[in-house]
Design a protein. Structure first.
Ligand SMILES: *[C@@H]1O[C@H](CO)[C@@H](O)[C@H](O)[C@H]1NC(C)=O
Ligand SMILES: *[C@@H]1O[C@H](CO)[C@@H](O)[C@H](O)[C@H]1NC(C)=O
Ligand SMILES: *[C@@H]1O[C@H](CO)[C@@H](O)[C@H](O)[C@H]1NC(C)=O
Ligand SMILES: *[C@@H]1O[C@H](CO)[C@@H](O)[C@H](O)[C@H]1NC(C)=O
Length: 478
């Protein structure tokens, strides 16, 4: 455990312990990372190229200053150090992702790369030996490039490949992994099939490619859940969910138009994924179905740009989760209006956000309540929440952000009665933040990317979290 004299002194000031500042028994604390952002070793030991490797090698200008994930934190070689860092902050769980192309370099099961299997076995065993449970994301944005050459997610057949990949993961790791997340933030990665330069593979097909990708990944998710149900749950007894990024949306004004825009915006950003899986009726939200169908027809198309589920698909998707994974960072303001290219998901939604980046802890409490009201019956796992700055060890801004958001989370649990299973903050250590590269720092640990050993140093926030994760209580700060 980390001991930090200054922070311990702060804690001692407010020593009141009330149920109101205590997390429930069994609440799971930890950190989250993603393979491309921390592993490095992008082409080592048989790993295949991913769409992020490919995009940032071919188009470094889509990233920041030529940054890419070739080496980054070098966790492929330093995972034991990562586990010791988690242990030092008293983490119960570690949420990491598996690189599909490290396990299956061609994306298919014709080649199973044993060193890739070995790497994740070593990481999982090291975690368990240190009393930390793995929470595994199957897909955190790094599709094998070999499958992108087949069109990637807009190609419905990619669902078959994902099911086979999931089977390899359950077969090899399911005896020890009890928490599975099929997809991380599909709302973000499908933008890679709508526009250039925000997410791989940067295919500019707005309002078509993104809807096709959504349709495929939802089918893939549902099938993997049913696969687990039918062939693994009885022996492995784990939980399978999906993680959506849901920000808090407030109206830009109190006009009826803007108030309605908030709901439409959320249905197009969040409901489009959540409704088929978590609602009682299943299928896409009615407002999404109706607006995309109407716009497609007005454009003179013979079919809707948003594909239709078969009845069988609606049924296997409905209820296909044991928990609701939530990534939440901030509050945006939405207004009514047609913006964005013709066609595009944004234009279909008739809503847009006009400002961003507002930290607002109450927004997390609001979204936890929104999920519970909209999709009752599913416990929530907060799988990401975190704070970016430009660096430095005395990260008082991050400590304040995390403490305030955890306080709002506790109010949702203790006052509102929302069921929350755990909280894995983003992120354990500074890493390759996608197109922002190494310019933004989000870690409890600083990483010196210029050093040979990618030296990690705990920040003030690491000490703060080590106290909270151990005591399962928020400090009462004066
Ligand atoms: C399965 O896991 C749950 C907790 O997730 C536990 O309560 C139950 O006893 C387990 N069942 C078996 C058969 O291991
Ligand atoms: C909308 O009305 C509420 C309640 O009167 C008020 O608190 C809020 O500031 C208003 N919002 C805007 C954007 O004007
Ligand atoms: C850390 O920053 C805070 C506020 O910015 C300041 O009050 C404090 O003195 C700093 N602590 C150290 C050790 O530099
Ligand atoms: C890097 O780590 C290795 C192995 O722990 C150590 O022997 C070496 O001195 C370190 N190098 C630097 C520059 O810190």
């Amino acid at each position: 455990m980390l001991v930090h004299v200054l922070f311990a002194a702060v804690l001692a000031v407010g020593s009141a312990q009330t149920p109101a500042n205590t997390f429930p028994d069994g609440f799971l604390f930890g950190c989250a990372t993603a393979a491309y952002q921390v592993e490095g070793a992008w082409n080592e030991d048989g790993k295949g190229e991913s769409i992020w490797d490919h995009m940032l090698h071919e188009h470094p200008e889509y990233g920041n200053n030529g940054d890419n994930g070739d080496v980054t934190c070098d966790s492929y070689h330093k995972y034991k150090e990562d586990v010791q860092m988690l242990k030092a902050i008293n983490a119960d769980v570690y949420r990491f992702s598996i690189s599909w192309s490290r396990i299956l370099p061609t994306g298919d099961i014709d080649v199973i790369n044993q060193p890739g299997i070995d790497y994740y076995n070593n990481l999982i065993n090291e975690l368990l030996d240190n009393g930390i449970q793995p929470v595994v994301t199957m897909y955190h944005w790094d599709l094998p490039q070999a499958l992108q050459y087949l069109g990637g997610w807009p190609n419905g057949l990619i669902a078959d490949y994902f099911v086979e990949y999931a089977r390899v993961l359950f077969d090899n790791f399911g005896d020890r992994v009890k928490w599975w997340i099929t997809f991380n933030e599909p709302g973000v990665f499908v933008s890679g099939y709508a526009e250039v330069g925000t997410a791989a593979p940067s295919q500019p097909a707005p309002g078509i490619g993104d809807y096709l990708a959504i349709h495929t990944l939802l089918r893939a998710h549902g099938r993997v859940y049913r696969l687990y149900d039918q062939q693994y749950r009885a022996t492995q007894n784990g939980s399978v969910g999906i993680t959506l990024n849901i920000q808090n949306i407030e109206p830009a004004s109190n006009s009826t138009e803007d108030l309605e825009a908030v709901d439409r915006y959320m249905q197009f950003e969040d409901g489009i994924f959540a409704h088929p899986i978590f609602s009682e009726d299943g299928d896409y939200p009615a407002v999404v179905r109706q607006r995309v169908d109407a716009n497609s027809e007005a454009e003179g198309r013979p079919r809707s740009r948003l594909p239709t589920f078969t009845q069988e698909e609606i049924e296997y998707l409905r209820g296909s989760a044991d928990f609701f994974g939530l990534n939440h960072y901030r509050t945006y303001y939405a207004a009514a209006g047609e913006t964005g290219p013709v066609p595009s998901k944004r234009r279909d939604s008739g809503a847009y956000t006009i400002s961003s980046n507002e930290n607002n802890p109450a927004g997390l409490r609001k979204i936890l309540n929104w999920i519970t009201a909209e999709y009752p019956g599913y416990p929530i796992f907060v799988t990401e929440n975190g704070y970016g700055d430009s660096g430095g060890l005395n990260d008082t801004g991050r400590v304040e952000y995390l403490t305030n958001y955890l306080s709002a989370l506790l109010e949702a649990i203790n006052t509102d009665g929302v069921e929350v299973l755990g909280y894995t903050m983003w992120t354990l250590m500074d890493n390759m933040e996608w197109t922002s590269g190494f310019s933004i720092k989000m870690g409890l640990y600083e990483v010196d990317f210029d050093s040979v050993n990618k030296t990690r140093t705990p920040r003030l926030s690491a000490y703060a979290m080590s106290e909270i994760f151990e005591s399962k209580q928020l400090p009462v700060l004066n």
